[in-house]
Design a protein around this ligand. Structure first.
Ligand SMILES: Cc1cc2nc3c(=O)[nH]c(=O)nc-3n(C[C@H](O)[C@H](O)[C@H](O)COP(=O)(O)OP(=O)(O)OC[C@H]3O[C@@H](n4cnc5c(N)ncnc54)[C@H](O)[C@@H]3O)c2cc1C
Length: 433
């Protein structure tokens, strides 16, 4: 029976290396170049970061989400999960290890659906970590409901002309190309009438109207673009995956992306728990350490329990992805990880913040950022509510309704049935009295 929770010693060595490397070399980047992860490297930043990427390559840990045919290691999702939980500690780490969202998902769909020319033009530089990309799907009037999308691409000779508005197109201001989802046929059901386009960022008509900032970032100084596509003309070969295929392409992309976020969230939540435990052991008040107070012990125990359950679930899901290689089959598991992830991070970061007292709520500790990150995770790649609907529908598939007025577990009927089943012995018992 193969049900093994051990990591190969050889890979564990790599993980130990990655853990020390991220703490010593990569986490400091978060403090010196806080918002520059998605700015193409130049001058001094290149001098500092290229050698770090090289060290990752030498360890065989570059782009581990990819198969060997694409320059990755072919490690699969379980090994990636073990690595990603280390990378989750730092916002620069995924860049230094060549596996950052949204580029991983974008690379995945180009690898899956791209023509050889598209792969050469977009995929290879993306895999080399030399450029960034944007996934431009959400629209201002409604992100969770694709039926509301209005951005349209209309055929004009051999070209397509794209018009419309997109919202929250992350990193558009520094991306070299955008993957744009547009309606190409208004006569068919929405899931058949949309297509994806690969659009170079310097194509005329791509107007970034605002770079929306998240909480704490300067107004209009964020990295989530509101874009007006105005007569953006692209050739026929800009189509990714064929006409009407946007839905299928999007599903391929989002399945992987969501579980990768969950893997990294383990690392971030672990960081909050580690920080909380250190403080609990270090701080004394009212005659004893915080660690000796029952409520604080409750915070630690609840956090450990939540994180351990979440981690095992994510690792099991990663294992299933490797086993079945079919994201569709695993929709329920991936959506479950997606709905649990914001709560786990929020709860643990919140308790860690509370245990730090006033210091916890300052910008000198990372907790508020984590809590904000948890809120983002409840929206990006689809709101929690929508994923709950997915999970519920998938769970319900395994059940059927009963025509009976009483539920199958109605005890009076089951009791009658049980008595009938063992009547012979029940009568004997009575007879023996
Ligand atoms: C940091 C960040 C980065 C992002 N990056 C990108 C990106 O790169 N590219 C991109 O295209 N998009 C991106 N998004 C957008 C993201 O995909 C959308 O925010 C998400 O799909 C929700 O769309 P919306 O914000 O328009 O919310 P709405 O669709 O307006 O939903 C708002 C709320 O309504 C409720 N709701 C919605 N639908 C349902 C339902 N069916 N049942 C019950 N309740 C419901 C939920 O509470 C939901 O939060 C990003 C978002 C964030 C926060």
């Amino acid at each position: 029976m193969a049900w093994d929770f051990e990591t190969d010693p050889e890979y564990q060595e790599k993980l130990d290396w990655a853990d020390a490397f991220v703490r010593d070399e990569v986490e400091p980047l978060d403090l010196v170049w806080e918002h520059e992860q998605f700015v193409p490297l130049d001058g001094l930043r290149r001098k500092a970061i290229d050698p770090l990427k090289q060290r990752v390559r030498e360890q065989g840990l570059w782009a581990t989400h990819l198969g060997p045919e694409l320059g990755g290691q072919g490690y699969g999702q379980l090994k990636l999960a073990l690595l990603n939980e280390i990378l989750g500690r730092s916002s620069w780490a995924p860049i230094v290890f060549g596996c950052q969202a949204p580029d991983t998902g974008n690379a995945e769909i180009i690898a899956h659906y791209g023509t050889p020319e598209q792969k050469k033009k977009y995929l290879q530089p993306l895999l080399d970590g030399e450029l960034f990309s944007t996934y431009s799907m959400t629209e201002p009037q409604g992100g969770a409901d694709v039926a509301q999308f209005r951005t349209q691409a209309v055929k004009d000779g051999d070209d397509w002309v794209i018009n419309g508005w997109k919202y929250f197109s992350s990193n558009a201001k520094t991306a070299s190309f955008l993957i744009v989802m547009a309606v190409t046929d208004t006569e068919v059901p929405v899931h058949k009438g949309m297509s994806m386009f690969l659009v170079p960022a310097d194509t005329p008509g791509i107007n970034i109207v605002r770079n929306v900032g998240l909480y704490g970032e300067p107004m209009n100084g964020g990295s989530h673009a509101l874009i007006h596509y105005e007569d953006v003309r692209v050739p026929a070969d800009a189509l990714l995956g064929g006409e009407g295929q946007a839905f299928a392409v999007a599903q391929t992309r989002l399945g992987g992306g969501r579980i990768h976020h969950a893997m990294r969230t383990i690392g971030l939540a672990q960081k909050a728990l580690d920080t909380m435990c250190e403080r609990a052991l270090s701080r004394e008040t009212a005659g004893s350490r915080l660690a000796d107070k029952q409520t604080v012990q409750g915070y630690i125990a609840d956090s450990y329990a939540q994180l351990t359950q979440f981690r095992l679930f994510v690792l099991h899901t990663a294992w299933k992805i490797d086993k079945y290689n079919d994201y569709k089959k695993l929709r329920k598991d991936i959506a479950t990880a997606k709905i649990v992830m914001p709560t786990v991070l929020h709860d643990i970061a919140w308790r860690a913040m509370q245990v730090h007292g006033a210091l916890g709520v300052t910008n000198e500790m990372p907790f508020f950022r984590m809590i904000h990150g948890a809120a983002v995770m409840g929206l990006a790649d689809g709101p929690t509510e929508v994923h709950k609907t997915t999970v519920a529908k998938q769970v319900l598939r395994d059940y059927t309704a009963t025509d009976d007025l009483w539920p199958s577990e109605w005890i009076p009927r089951k009791q009658d049935e049980a008595r009938a089943k063992y009547a012979e012995y029940l009568e004997l018992e009575v007879g023996n009295l």
